[in-house]
Design a binder for this molecule. Structure first.
Ligand code: PHE
Length: 344
């Protein structure tokens, strides 16, 4: 029995040499030291031994058990160390790898131009007002001297929601809302940026939704020359000091007199080219002196107060400034277009 035990020990230690991972080691432990293992088997047979033999064999059996146990323990330590080493090797961070650059957003060119225009007018003492895009017929038309069935309503094809509500066709209703809120107080010096809607077919120069900026000044003794000086200051800050303006007589129901404003073509400096259709001038906005009826309806006495107003399409202003040839670029979000404006 003693030889049997010694042989078992040798066999076990030999087999252990080829064990290299935790799982096989565990199987090994069960095989040799488990309940169904050979050692347990041998120890079970101890009852048959004589009283002299039993303690001797018992001692040998214990030695074999602890020899195998110790060997398992040191194997376990060795495997754990190796496994840790491997993990550390696998998980090392290669700090020489080039990093992934986070993509950075940028302000949309349209918003940038709105901000630039706001800055110019804020510099002249204006404040910024906003109004709703879903508007009452009253503010969009009636209070602007465009009663129902007025033929000039056809100048702006309208998306109606109900008889009374519509998508605003211009930012001019914000003029009326501001005058009403001011309750006859002066001065009023505001600009109103915002989105407007018209039943237009979309093409390179038309969009059913676009952006306008409205301007309104109401005070005592406001004159046409104030309008002209203000707009000249604006276009020179926007397009450069050598830009000139020209006012052409026009018609809007809410201004009298009314004028379309042209600027000298930035491309040919007035000589005539494809962009200005050989005229040397480019139309950029509509304007005029606030109509006495509009003042009156909004609670301002036209004998005491006067004012001017103007409205411009922001996409058009931006297209002229940056040489953009299609208004749809502003809305289709093609990054090849947008990325050109990251640093303007
Ligand atoms: N609201 C006019 C338009 O959309 C522009 C305008 C504004 C004209 C203010 C005169 C005064 O066409």
């Amino acid at each position: 029995m003693k030889e049997q035990l010694e042989a078992l020990k040798l066999e076990a230690l030999k087999e252990l040499e080829s064990v290299n991972d935790s799982k096989t080691l565990n199987d090994f432990r069960v095989k040799y030291l488990g309940k169904k293992g050979p050692l347990t088997e041998i120890l079970r047979g101890m009852g048959k031994l004589s009283n002299e033999e039993r303690p001797v064999i018992g001692q040998v059996a214990n030695e074999v058990r602890s020899a195998i146990g110790n060997a398992i323990q040191s194997k376990q330590d060795e495997i754990s160390r190796k496994e840790l080493e491997n993990r550390l090797k696998e998980e090392t961070i290669d700090i020489t790898l080039p990093g992934r650059k986070p993509t950075q957003g940028a302000i949309h060119p349209l918003n940038k131009v709105i901000q630039d225009i706001e800055d110019i007018f804020v510099g002249m003492g204006y404040t910024v007002e906003e109004g709703p895009e879903v508007e009452k017929d009253y503010y969009n038309f009636e209070a602007l001297n465009l009663p129902k069935d007025h033929p000039a309503r056809d100048m702006q094809d309208t998306f109606y929601i109900t008889e009374e509500f519509l998508m605003r066709t211009h930012t001019s209703p914000v003029q009326i809302r501001t005058m009403e809120a001011k309750k006859g107080e002066v001065p009023i010096k505001i600009i109103c940026p915002g989105r407007v809607y018209r039943r237009d077919d979309d093409d390179a120069t038309h969009s059913h939704a676009f952006t306008q900026i409205e301007g309104l000044v109401i005070d005592k003794n406001v004159r046409m020359s104030d309008l002209k000086g203000t707009l000249l200051q604006f276009v020179q800050e926007m397009y450069g000091k050598d830009t000139q303006i020209r006012l052409r007589p026009s018609f809007f129901p809410f201004t009298e007199p009314s004028a379309e404003v042209d600027i000298t073509c930035a491309n040919c400096k007035g000589d005539g080219c494809r962009i200005c259709k050989q005229t040397g001038w480019i139309e950029i906005l509509g304007s005029g002196m606030v109509h006495p009826r509009v003042l009156e309806m909004a609670g301002y006495d036209p004998n005491e107060y006067s004012g001017f107003a103007f409205g411009m399409g922001v996409e058009r202003i931006a297209m002229l400034k940056y040489g953009i040839d299609d208004i749809r670029h502003f809305f289709t979000n093609d990054l090849r277009f947008l990325n050109q404006f990251v640093r303007i």
